[in-house]
Design a protein around this ligand. Structure first.
Ligand code: BG6
Length: 467
């Protein structure tokens, strides 16, 4: 764990992310004993006092957390939470932080968590500066980091007037998921797959993250964001980089960041002709959505990495809300063998190519699907699989939830699983053709797999999902 006690200053403390992940995560970390001392200063635009916010936070932890919230556990944690209204100014914020620090003894550090929309981030940074809270601090910035290339560059430049790059942690929680880190272990600790991890053996890759969730209470954020900015330019491209990067010289932050950046530089600008945007029918009637909203709740696209390893291998990405199933998979399709010796009708190839699949769900899974013989007379083939499922192992209890892991890493100063300014700027740069000329949104029925055009996008291949 970190060496110093921490005051966590949480902005956006009543938001969706804070409720689902950050408050339960802080409670869990607090109980884990991994942090030498913790105080929380919560800020938001809502009206609360310490007591009402504490009840709000308890409800969130009970509803979304994995710990049983007994009175004993809660009272201890709650006594270390303070609430400051975000519009009460820097003075009150400074007072609350200093009161929290005085409870912590020697050399407490500050972790500012900005769980606020991109356009609110700079105002928070200015408040932190005015309140004198920049020294001894680190700052976690939530995605999306900016909304396009210009705003990302401006955001970085302005941030750097106040914080050193070393203090800034741009979070992408997909990188904190155990199975995402397992991609690195899998790729770089084993000799079996290393030689075939390239265009000579891999036909195409799919990164597919359909969600059954709707927009819920986040419509204000979502209307201005959409699926591309919310999920693709952030999580899906970061995962793509783990999949595609060259071996780093060492498993340390700068080397990993360099290799990821090289992948982003090799990606060709996203061609709007290779993009399907969708919106579930009924979205425009949601409270808070514009009646003529063009915000996409679904996106599928083809990305290309024009380098020595991946030239000609399409990466198909898909994500959206209100789809048929919630899944988070990366699926690698291998090329067909040079010659099929099986009789027509044997079933070979009928269920798509052989695949390696990583499942990014919390209960991580990996599987290798291949054709094998169905028992009995003749030669009939079926798709079979070899599987690893974390939940069947003795590891199951050790999993740190992504946000917990990343908050802990930020406290320890470990940037390995955070994203870099240059990487993010490059991703906005390749997004420009799409953001400038987005294809019109196509409607899709809630509970489906998206608009029909998704099939043409991958033809002659097929989507691996549904299994
Ligand atoms: C968030 C997006 O970053 O990731 C949400 O803003 C999305 O729209 C979520 O639902 C998915 O995360 P997870 O960890 O549930 O797969």
């Amino acid at each position: 764990g970190p060496d110093h006690p921490y005051v966590v200053v949480l902005f956006g403390a009543t938001g969706d992310l804070a409720q689902r992940k950050l408050l339960p995560g802080l409670l869990k970390l607090d109980c884990s004993g991994l942090i030498p001392g913790l105080q929380v200063v919560a800020c938001s635009l809502d009206k609360h006092d310490d007591d009402s916010f504490r009840s709000f936070a308890r409800k969130a932890c009970e509803e979304y957390g994995s710990l049983e919230v007994t009175d004993e556990v809660w009272d201890d944690f709650a006594s270390r939470i303070r609430y400051v209204s975000q519009d009460s100014g820097s003075h009150y914020l400074a007072l609350a932080v200093s009161a929290a620090e005085s409870e912590l003894g020697s050399e407490p550090r500050r972790l500012h968590y900005l769980s606020v929309p991109p356009k609110a981030a700079l105002a928070v940074v200015a408040t932190l500066d005015e309140a004198g809270l920049v020294p001894r601090s680190r700052i976690i910035m939530e995605k999306p980091f900016g909304t396009d290339l210009r705003s990302a560059i401006a955001l970085n430049a302005t941030l750097h007037q106040t914080f050193d790059e070393q203090q800034i942690f741009r979070i992408d929680h997909f990188l904190g998921k155990e199975p995402a880190q397992n991609i690195l272990a899998f790729r770089f600790a084993n000799g079996l797959f290393e030689p075939i991890w390239n265009r000579n053996f891999i036909d195409h890759v799919q990164i597919d993250v359909p969600e059954t969730l709707g927009i819920g209470t986040r419509i204000g954020f979502y209307e201005a964001t959409g699926a591309y900015r919310d999920m693709v330019v952030t999580h899906l491209f970061q995962i793509l980089a783990f999949m595609a990067m060259e071996p780093p010289t060492a498993l340390e932050p700068d080397s990993i960041s360099d290799e990821k950046y090289k992948v982003f530089r090799s990606m060709t600008p996203i061609d709007p002709a290779n993009v399907v945007r969708g919106q579930y029918s009924g979205y425009r009637e949601e409270d808070g959505a514009a009646a003529d909203s063009e915000t996409e709740t679904f996106i599928a696209l083809k990305a290309e990495i024009d380098n020595w390893r991946w030239a000609g291998v399409p990466f198909f990405l898909r994500t959206g809300k209100q789809l048929a199933e919630g899944q988070r998979i990366i699926s690698i399709a291998f090329q067909e063998p040079p010659k099929s010796m099986f009789p027509a009708g044997s079933g070979v190839g009928a269920q798509g190519p052989d695949h390696l699949t990583f499942d990014l769900a919390d209960a991580s899974k990996m599987s290798l699907s291949f054709y094998g013989k169905r028992p009995g007379p003749g030669m009939k083939l079926d798709k079979l699989s070899l599987q690893f499922a974390m939940q069947d192992t003795t590891y199951a209890g050790d999993v740190l939830e992504a946000y917990e892991r990343l908050i802990l890493d930020a406290m320890r100063g470990d940037r390995t699983l955070f994203t870099s300014a240059e990487g993010i700027e490059r991703l906005w740069e390749i997004s420009e053709p799409l953001l400038d000329n987005p294809p019109p949104v196509r409607s899709y029925p809630p509970g489906s797999w998206g608009p029909n055009a998704i099939h043409q996008l991958v033809a002659p291949n097929a989507w691996r999902l549904p299994f």
